[in-house]
Design a binder for this molecule. Structure first.
Ligand SMILES: NC(=O)c1ccc[n+]([C@@H]2O[C@H](COP(=O)([O-])OP(=O)(O)OC[C@H]3O[C@@H](n4cnc5c(N)ncnc54)[C@H](OP(=O)(O)O)[C@@H]3O)[C@@H](O)[C@H]2O)c1
Length: 380
């Protein structure tokens, strides 16, 4: 892309007075325009993921253990943040045994004490993680004996007797999906799991899995900066009646306007390893941020609210699960529920997004290689 949607050339955008140096100011302007009322939203809308009913915005917990996007204020704050989300009407919480490992589930279990029956808990299995010690081994493991043990550990950490939505985190190229689906059937019969889903699967694997035990949701990356699911997976979800959960709905913070080519990620911050965040790629992708900032001011909302609200217009069964480790961000993000678009407005915004090509891969090569994988056939 050489021309951004405001009509400036990319070079002009980067060099001009309204370029990068102005971004923080514009973010501040759009936040001010959003006013206080949207920050106080209590979620009321509910959405369906298969037969599951969840709040229209969920809460991710991946960064709460403090070892992925840099340290967090404190564990106590993370537990309190989960409880505040409940108080604000969030009923959909996303975690995984791999977050920490284990600590994301423990934080959620602590935060949901006493309100467990009012919420939907989603977690994920599938990596080679020792079910007792949490030591992370190499690669994936969806072998049924391993998953059975993993689920028992999850129930303890989450302080619950059932998992509302259990995902396979990544398709295991060594385990037929029918074996995994049969195991889910067994766990559902036992009452330990209520619904299941897949994360970043190949499309044929979705069909095969769904034929054995119906899926409630697919969880894939989807945001204004990454729209690949629109090609194959979203149409497939519509055809099969499966819900769709968007991970990284804020593109790791990029669509909030708070990271840019001059951002220096903290030591160990996963985001530094994402090719899309290489300085030249972030610079090339700034027209997207500019578009979001312009529309935020026009709508009187914040960039994060605009990003989440647009995702929510894509389908009534699409649910974003932004992570936030800051109370102010959590409250701001929930304000997206109140943001509405007129038909023409939405057409105009989506057309402007269509005209932007994002540069740089969404994940580091070895992590990317584990997405879109088709499971092997079951042996006769
Ligand atoms: N299935 C999978 O393979 C997979 C992969 C990745 C993630 N996930 C799930 O999806 C969830 C969300 O994904 P994600 O955390 O990678 O990406 P994300 O939600 O797109 O972005 C999170 C980042 O945005 C920042 N942020 C949040 N709200 C903000 C606001 N209003 N203004 C400015 N910055 C804001 C957060 O910072 P603060 O903490 O400072 O608010 C954090 O750095 C995860 O927690 C996890 O549950 C699943």
């Amino acid at each position: 892309m050489s021309v951004d949607t405001t009509g400036q050339s990319r070079r002009g955008f980067l060099q001009g007075a309204a370029g990068l140096a102005a971004v923080p100011l514009l973010v501040a302007d759009s936040r001010k325009a959003a006013g206080a009322s949207r920050a106080a939203t209590t979620l009321t809308e509910r959405r369906r993921l298969g037969r599951l009913r969840v709040s229209g915005i969920g809460l991710g917990t991946q960064t709460m253990p403090g070892n992925l996007y840099g340290p967090v204020s404190s564990r106590k704050d993370m537990v309190a943040l989960v409880r505040t989300a409940v108080d604000q009407g969030v009923t959909f919480f996303d975690t995984a045994e791999a977050y920490g490992p284990f600590e994301g589930e423990r934080i959620l279990g602590d935060g949901l004490r006493g309100v467990r029956d009012d919420v939907v808990i989603a977690t994920k299995f599938g990596f080679e993680i020792d079910p007792v010690t949490g030591r992370r081994g190499e690669g994936l493991n969806s072998r049924p004996a391993h998953v059975r043990r993993a689920v028992d550990g999850m129930l303890k950490r989450l302080r619950t007797d059932r998992i509302d939505l259990l995902y396979q985190h990544r398709v295991d190229p060594a385990v037929p999906i029918e074996d995994v689906a049969d195991l889910m059937k067994e766990l559902i019969r036992a009452g330990k799991v209520l619904h299941w889903g897949l994360s970043e699967p190949g499309p044929q694997t979705v069909r095969r899995a769904h034929a054995v035990q119906p899926l409630a949701a697919i969880q894939n990356e989807y945001s204004m900066a990454y729209r690949e699911p629109e090609r194959q997976i979203l149409p497939l979800c519509r055809e099969l009646g499966i819900g769709f959960v968007c991970w990284a709905p804020l593109a790791y913070g990029f669509t909030t306007g708070t990271i840019n080519p001059y951002t220096r990620f903290a030591e160990g911050d996963f985001r530094a390893s994402v090719p899309r965040h290489a300085q030249e790629n972030m610079a090339a992708n700034m027209p997207l941020v500019q578009l979001i900032l312009d529309w935020s001011v026009r709508k009187g909302v914040t960039p994060a609210q605009l990003s989440l609200a647009w995702l929510r217009t894509r389908q009534p069964w699409v649910v974003p699960i932004p992570t936030s480790t800051r109370l102010s961000h959590l409250l701001e993000n929930l304000g997206a529920e109140e943001v509405t678009f007129g038909r023409e407005e939405l057409k105009e915004l989506t057309a402007a997004l269509d005209a932007i090509t994002i540069q740089g891969a969404r994940l580091p090569p070895p992590v990317l290689a584990a997405t879109g994988v088709e499971a092997p056939p079951r042996r006769a």
